[in-house]
Design a protein around this ligand. Sequence first.
Ligand code: FPP
Length: 250
Amino acid sequence: MADPSPPRIPQHLAVIMDGNGRWAQKRRRPRLLGHRAGANAANRCIDFCLARGINALTLYAFSSENWGRPDDEVNGLMKLFLQALESELASMIARGIRVRFIGERERFNDAIQERMRVAEERTQHLAKLNLNVAASYGGRGDVVHAAKKLATLVQSGDLRVDQIDESVFGRHVELADLPDPDLMIRTGGDQRISNFLLWQSAYTEFWFTDALWPDVDDKLLDQALSDYANRERRFGLTGEQARELTEQPA
Ligand code: FPP
């Protein structure tokens, strides 16, 4: 008999979009062409999330460490970000997508910062999909930033040190208003977190594939979802306890 329960869909998907450079090099084309193909793949992934009912998608577009890449690649990526911010906003609004940026936005040029601000402002009422773009983001920086905010609150007398626990701390990292990522996909063959959502991914399920990001399609993403649906998430409990928690009637 077929399983009557609906498949478990992640509420929040995080993606490390790796392999754009190799995708271009395989074709003897400049790396930037790979990033352009990567931007198209990101758009397909957004549509996939909308179609599957995933409520939040966080894409790792540019890490704090990526500033160290050769100047022409960084400049090319900046041009690509600006173009995408200009050309995609109307389509984001039409698709009901709320866009947010996480990371050190002050490191981007004024034009990009302004476009980020406009995109956030004009989509803040939308709720079909929460799209978070990590841009000049680093997980360690995120945690340090939260620690600084708490230190400031303690210094001003608005918070006592003994009040700081994981729940208070967690309210000061990025994406605090969203559930933590249920599933993190990394393409490109490497199996590491590369300073992505360190705090937020404490109990995230990881899924790795050798596929290069521009080659990712719905079939592959469905495979990730299907593997995820078959995993047992225990959150540090025994399997029996975890099953009791998830099987309780609503
Ligand atoms: C990693 O591949 C990818 C990046 C550093 C950039 C990601 C950017 C995009 C997908 C395009 C823009 C996205 C948006 C949301 C507008 P890599 O260059 O490290 O690839 P490699 O490991 O093959 O060299």
